[in-house]
Write a protein that binds this ligand. Structure first.
Ligand code: PHE
Length: 385
């Protein structure tokens, strides 16, 4: 199941790499973070000056600097290992919310997760007394596999706090005043990044804001969701010792925007060290279009099995990612049926293997696929067909 939209109604300064041993104390059964995921901690793509994610981060900083010089404090080194409390409780995510499930979130243990959004730092920063900040970091979500979904991506959170005299002087209610400031600010950001584009606001739901909105822009012939935002729930401010303040907050996904701005066709490219990718971008150049280098041929393998009650697509994708790493481009459910007599359900998944950097050999893909089959049978306890 897709988790990018899951907050909707339907839905120690770390500079070096952490290892699994640093984080997981013993072989904790409540840990569902694979080694493939642990290996991403501390890579910090958003710190590399000529990387598209960092170029975008800097462009957003530049916009805020131009609009309110010297106001917004920037954070981009907060470690991604956070408490359940910070990630969910302090931003008022309900106890039974789907995003808290082991299927959707990486748990290091019962009390600790890999943050699934940068909103995990809202309460902490408010408590420390910050009133204007932009906070960027790597976030982690268990999800399906395709060209736009990767279990690690990057978000930027923005928060601005207001005090009583501001809305009183303007003759507006606090909510109206803050909503107006928020929308003007973010429309300006979209223009700064995308130029003169058509935009629209959609109402939506987040547990931490009310009212909540999404900004969409019309780009390359399609409406594209750019960010989520809203007027911060007062309970968050009260809980952080700021009962008289009001605030807005927004969160945006850097990959999503960078893919559009730089014409990057596959989310795995952000992680490659291939010079044909990395040398195409330079600091300060925002709308530089990526020139694709020749794509290597894909290799498709199907796997079919009888599922059980515990089976989830996310668990299967995690397992495939564990065996194939970045060689897996997509996992697609291509057939599903239930045997009328036995009541058993069969799923058939097509796995697309492709390297961004080289041609794959049949032998290596066959070997990976064989491992995927073995692991699927033994770990997910399904019956292969
Ligand atoms: N945390 C939200 C998400 O990950 C984005 C968001 C941040 C929305 C702040 C509103 C306010 O989808």
């Amino acid at each position: 199941m897709r988790t990018t939209r899951r907050f909707h109604i339907s839905a120690v300064a770390q500079t070096q790499s952490l290892t699994k041993e640093d984080v997981v104390k013993e072989d904790d059964p409540s840990n569902n973070v694979s080694d493939a995921i642990f290996s991403k901690l501390g890579i910090n793509l958003h710190h590399r000056p000529n990387h598209p994610l960092c170029i975008l981060k800097e462009a957003i900083y530049e916009y805020f600097e131009g609009r309110e010089p010297g106001k917004f404090q920037k954070f981009d080194k907060e470690p991604p290992v956070v408490t359940v409390k910070a990630n969910f409780d302090e931003v008022l995510v309900p106890a039974n919310h789907i995003s808290r499930s082991y299927n959707d979130t990486y748990y290091v243990n019962k009390e600790t997760v890999l943050r699934c959004h940068t909103s995990a730092h809202q309460a902490q920063k408010l408590r420390e007394g910050h009133s204007h900040f932009l906070l960027t970091g790597d976030v982690y979500r268990r999800d399906a596999i395709d060209a736009t979904h990767y279990p690690v991506f990057h978000q930027m959170e923005g928060v601005k706090v207001f005090s009583n005299d501001e809305w009183v002087d303007a003759g507006l209610s606090s909510v109206n005043y803050i909503e107006k400031d928020l929308k003007e600010c973010l429309e300006g950001l979209a223009r700064h990044l995308f130029g003169d584009v058509q935009m629209r606001w959609c109402d939506c739901y987040f547990p931490f804001t009310d009212p909540s909105f999404e900004l969409e822009i019309f780009f390359n012939g399609k409406w594209l969701e750019v960010l989520g935002c809203g007027v911060m729930e007062r309970q968050i401010l009260r809980n952080t010792g700021r009962p008289d303040d009001r605030a807005w907050a927004f969160g945006l996904g850097l990959e999503r925007l960078a893919m559009v701005l730089f014409d990057i066709p596959d989310i795995r490219l952000f992680w490659t060290d291939d010079k044909r990718f990395t040398e195409q971008f330079s600091a300060g150049e925002l709308r530089q279009k990526f020139k694709p280098f020749s794509k290597y041929p894909p290799c498709y393998k199907d796997i079919a099995f009888w599922v059980n009650d515990h089976f989830t697509e996310n668990n299967f994708c995690e397992l495939v990612r564990g065996e194939a790493g970045d060689l897996v481009e997509e996992v697609q459910l291509i057939d599903e049926f239930t045997n009328k007599k036995t009541g058993r359900t069969s799923n058939c998944f097509r796995i697309t293997y492709r390297s961004m950097e080289r041609s794959l050999t049949n032998e290596e893909i066959d070997a990976i696929q064989e491992k995927v089959r073995e692991q699927t049978a033994s770990k997910l306890k399904v019956e292969l067909r």
